[in-house]
Design a protein around this ligand. Structure first.
Ligand SMILES: [Zn+2]
Length: 166
């Protein structure tokens, strides 16, 4: 009797075609919002709200003084920041830190692409991180718990407009 040996990497690659666009959405947004949150803390501001997902709230908790939310739609998120001595440079740094976190993940996936057997998985991650960056840089309003927040793209536009006006 002949058995076909299917390697684990082949199975993981096949599953990742479906798993990355579905299961990786929340982790990708989580990394993105962590980028904003860590940058905000680094410039001496305070994080008051941390949301992953949009729309209706599925889960809510207060973790270390931060109101933490998980929204129904895994398309975006938000970090509510209490700014302390905010300058334009600090503001831009914190806004760009979100997309930069996704870019870092995409870079790691790209570097490992040909070095491992998990080419399809890593390629899907690379595409997905690029997709998350595009979604966040699109100027739009993100709605969580019935409250609208500007996306990174909208905040960047506002920052550049303020620079032109001021
Ligand atoms: Zn963002």
């Amino acid at each position: 009797m002949n058995f076909t040996v299917i390697e684990a990497s082949t199975v993981i690659n096949a599953i990742s075609l479906l798993a990355v666009p579905t299961l990786w959405r929340y982790p990708s947004i989580f990394f993105h919002e962590c980028g904003h949150a860590l940058a905000a803390i680094a410039v001496g501001s305070r994080v008051r709200r941390f949301a992953v997902g949009e729309g209706e709230v599925l889960w809510r908790a207060r973790i270390g003084g931060v109101e933490t939310l998980v929204g129904l739609v895994p398309s975006s998120g938000m970090v509510g920041i209490e700014w302390v001595r905010c300058s334009r440079l600090k503001f831009l740094f914190v806004i760009l830190a979100g997309p930069a976190a996704n870019a870092l993940l995409a870079y790691v996936a790209f570097r490992l692409l040909w070095a491992t057997e998990l080419g399809v998985l890593l390629f899907m991650l690379l595409i997905f991180e690029a997709f998350t960056i595009c979604i966040n840089l699109a100027p739009r309003t993100v709605s969580i718990d019935g409250v609208g927040y500007p996306s990174d793209g909208l905040l960047l536009l506002a920052a550049f407009k303020a620079r032109k006006d001021g």
